[in-house]
Design a protein around this ligand. Sequence first.
Ligand code: ITT
Length: 199
Amino acid sequence: MTRLVLATRNPGKLAELRRILAEAAPAVELVSLLEFPEIGEVAETGLTFEANALLKAHAIAQATGLPAVADDSGLCVDALNGMPGVLSARWAGTHGDDLANLNLLLAQISDVPPPARGAHFACAAALALPAGEEVVVQGTLPGAVIDKPRGVNGFGYDPIFVPEGETRTTAELSAQEKDAISHRGRAFRALAPAVAELL
Ligand code: ITT
């Protein structure tokens, strides 16, 4: 059985990737970075989601000697010319302060009327092998940003994002409903055949 490292310590992300990849590549044993406490954070210095996903996957494949899968994701707002984009996790300055990030974004687009509040979630998912081979794919979820947070599920910008064709925010969807349409779900389902083929 081949071991594959999922390059995250985020438990929610880990559970989601496990569900998708376990189905597509059942012969692969999935482990996470929680099993490699000695490996530090990989700096996400790329200018695109793909660059960051590849950077992380290669760094973890080198550090562990095992194939690695990594992702990078964020929210791209039309009225902000695609920002916060790769800066989504640290938009208000501190990595992972979801509430501060969301409030800053709402303040920045407070005078943008509903028809111009288009946005999409984007995710790049990458597979890297220790010998250097790589595959990277993208998934997106189009929608719009509303002006007041709604819902308690999910994380990050979920309470202010309504997917196209929905009236609920992604924070009002169940985990299963979100998985089925999410940028991450789409990216990982697109990567799964490469994982099954290359390992
Ligand atoms: P890692 O440890 O795996 O890097 P992370 O949370 O830092 O976890 P990212 O670097 O991919 O993940 O950052 C993505 C940021 O984009 C995240 O902090 C959220 O603010 C936002 N984001 C991404 N996907 C989202 C989703 O499905 N719902 C809401 N916000 C999301």
